[in-house]
Design a protein. Sequence first.
Length: 225
Amino acid sequence: MQAILIIIPMDTIILKRCSKCGEEVEVNKFRKDKNRKDGLSLWCNLCSKISESNYYKNNKQLVLEKSKLYQQNNKEKIKEQKKEYRKINADVINKYQKEYRNDNKDIIIERKKKYYCANKELIIIKTTTYVKNNRETVNKRQREYRKNNKNKIYRYRKQYIINNKEKYIDRKNKSELKTRTLLTDRYVKVQLRKSGFSDDVINENPELIEIKRLLIKTKRLWKTS
């Protein structure tokens, strides 16, 4: 038997009658159903949504329990599906998230505050552990952020100092006292710069730090004797 090829023009609209509402609807407004002969469900999308909505309202607890059970039994499958969806719809998701953040800044900030207050100890432990195990990655990320957001960081620090002047001065004094007492590399480098050494010279000759530290210790011992 010879096959017959039927060519349908691209602008032709194919309709199907919905068995629920009886209306003739475009086929692209029916869900796919591989068990049906034409590969489409009997009800149009609108009727299907109305039916599902009514069922959910009348059986909310049952639906939630089934959904929870399904998620527990199909964690890996759901994870892969979400991953694939995010990959395919990355641009759409990013656009939506950006718009949501811009339109709901206060809500997001308040939500984060509540979560932090309720999970403060857990967050500190997780953050400390992550930083400890990923020191190089964290340092690299921080350097890149500081490099790309100099003006933003400057404005933030300036505003913080204005709003927390006494606290800032107290913390600064304690920090300076600690660095002077412990003779940290940062403090010694500052003293080397004051003595006329450039950053390039200090970085190329790390032994200068130890020499300067020894000189400072000797000077302090001489003053106390």
